[in-house]
Design a protein around this ligand. Structure first.
Ligand code: NOJ
Length: 553
């Protein structure tokens, strides 16, 4: 059935937080190598690492100052080679995270661009000005303006959609596309199997003279001016062709946070040198009740709504059919952990099991965020000053201005802020959870689950995840077709079919018991079930949070 990645099960590792082999408090590549067997036993065959290149760490590695070396806090090139070798020995694949929209301001391209007015690298970045002022009023995703004055006193401003220490690259310039392709090829030669293309939907911008017509704030945001513009696809194709011409098997997973299913289809059409798959924030299928509309969307509490979840996946599955595989995920490093986001009660293992069954057995590629499989939750910071990133600090200022009590702000941030989702992997019941002997770089109160405990619980979440992924790794569930079944509101049910063989997945996402007749006249048998489910004459009766997978005989 073609490319290897169609059968990928991806495990996302935040390298600074997985396993610290040299006890300096920061996770590293050698630590990841130590734990490959754990990842493989889970049933994942692919690892996506957040950026590992040299970086001032303004944005935890997304601000790259040297794409050709490993950041010393994570290890050495030898550690990297060892990691790839050990992965390939196990028939596992490695994806690196490649920030392509911007670099660090410490990158030699930018340094040369600001020091030397005739530098060819000036054209690697986006410059503008309007009568000595910023070219427009666009706001940055990280707060404030998206423009910063040339630090060496020039009249122009450079564009930065994220932090001001992360200037955006000028993808109109073919040399930029070529340079990025050279970087990708360097890592392919070192054994990398694919890339997550960070923030690629922003590489094309509208005409810089366009202001955003919003009088309420000084630096408003309107992604129609810098997300998913038509040239994104053109630049992307040009870059990917340069890489794929010599390396057709390399997998490109694009981060398309605000793309809908139709845009995702455009980015992933086969044989057009687009991405092989994209992942969007829409893939969670959650709703935002917007109880306080003053809170920016990024920090808005969310909830799982079974109707919306069904709509989301029926659309993504239908639109991408015969085009590409949907990304199946409950989280990543940019969003709070799923059990906090969805307010799952402490100690409840049934609902997390139901979430795994309903998400990962659909048609598509699972992306599991490290620690989800043992039920890790967000870190719980104690004080407002524990939140360091600009976005959180802006929110604190905003909410204090609106009269929110500090405790309420802390609670909101602990539930929504991304840093709380980047805690150390909880390996063992010991100080610093077996992650390190040293105080970890990101540390606060946390729930007490550990992989050590999970290993000895044959009925627990980890054992269940392993069982789910074992099913996922069969041809029916990795290659079969998907049809959403028509059911009561709180039941999510779908059919998978391959060469006449059928399987059914039924999950009770509600808070009451439910029953459901599996739509087949054939004899069926259960291959996985959680929680008091009875199956009599093809009618399954399920407790709240129940899930079942059955196969036709
Ligand atoms: C997307 C990454 O996932 C996020 O963590 C990062 O802050 C932004 N890109 C900017 O680089």
């Amino acid at each position: 059935m073609g490319a290897w990645y169609k059968k990928a099960v991806i495990y996302q590792i935040y390298p600074k937080s997985f396993k610290d082999s040299n006890n300096d408090g920061v996770g590293d590549l050698a630590g990841i190598t130590e734990k490959l067997d754990y990842v493989q036993q889970l049933g994942a065959n692919t690892i996506w690492l957040n950026p590992i290149f040299v970086s001032p760490q303004v944005d935890n590695g997304y601000d790259v100052s040297n794409y050709f070396a490993i950041d010393p806090i994570l290890g050495t090139m030898d550690d990297f080679t060892k990691l790839v070798t050990e992965m390939h020995k196990r028939k596992m694949y490695l994806l690196l995270d490649l920030p392509i929209n911007d670099t660090s301001d410490q990158h030699p391209w930018f340094q040369d661009a600001i020091k030397n007015k005739d530098s060819i690298f000036r054209e690697y970045y986006i410059w503008g000005e309007n009568n000595g002022e910023r070219p427009n009023n666009w706001g940055s995703f990280f707060g404030g303006s998206a423009w910063e004055k040339d630090p060496n006193g020039g009249a122009q401003y450079y564009c930065h959609l994220f932090d001001k220490r992360m200037p955006d690259l000028n993808w109109q310039n073919h040399e930029v596309r070529k340079s990025m392709a050279d970087i990708a090829k360097f890592w392919i030669d070192k054994g990398v199997d694919g890339f997550r293309l960070d923030a690629f939907i922003h590489i094309a911008k509208a005409n810089l003279q366009q202001n955003i017509l919003n009088q309420d704030t000084e630096f408003p945001m309107d992604s129609s001016l810098y997300a998913n513009l038509p040239n994104v696809k053109t630049y992307l194709q040009n870059f990917i062709k340069l890489v794929k011409d010599d390396n057709p098997e390399v997998f490109f997973l694009g981060e398309a946070s605000s793309a809908d299913a139709y845009q995702a289809a455009e980015y992933t059409r086969p044989n057009q040198f687009g991405c092989d798959m994209v992942v969007s924030s829409d893939n969670y299928g959650e709703i935002y009740p917007f109880k306080d509309p003053n809170i920016p969307k990024f920090f808005q509490p969310r909830q799982l709504d079974s109707t919306h979840f069904k709509e989301t996946f029926s659309v993504w599955e239908a639109v991408l059919e015969n085009i590409s595989l949907p990304a199946l995920t409950w989280g990543n490093h940019d969003i709070s952990r799923v059990l906090n986001r969805l307010n799952v009660n402490a100690g409840d293992e049934d609902f997390p099991k139901a979430l795994a069954v309903c998400m990962y057995l659909q048609r598509g590629i699972p992306i599991i965020y490290y620690g989800e499989e043992i039920g890790m939750r967000n870190l719980n910071y104690k004080k407002l000053k524990d939140f360091h990133d600009q976005r959180a600090m802006d929110l604190i200022q905003l909410l204090q201005g609106l009269g929110y009590a500090d405790d309420d702000i802390i609670q909101l941030l602990n539930q929504q802020d991304e840093m709380t989702a980047r805690g150390p992997f909880q390996w063992k019941n010991e100080k610093y959870v077996g992650f390190s002997q040293h105080h970890p770089w990101n540390w606060a109160d946390h729930n007490t689950v550990t992989a050590e405990d999970a290993e000895s619980d044959s009925e627990g979440l980890l054992a269940f995840y392993r069982a789910v992924l074992k099913i996922k790794n069969t041809p029916l569930f990795s290659e079969g077709s998907y049809v959403l079944l028509n059911t009561k509101t709180n039941i999510y049910a779908y059919e998978r079919e391959l060469n006449g063989q059928k399987g059914f997945v039924v999950v009770n996402l509600g808070k009451q018991p439910e029953n459901y007749r599996i739509p087949t006249i054939k004899i069926i048998h259960t291959i996985l079930a959680n929680k008091a489910n009875s199956l009599v004459d093809n009618v399954v009766t399920m407790a709240a949070g129940g899930s079942i997978v059955v196969m036709e005989e």
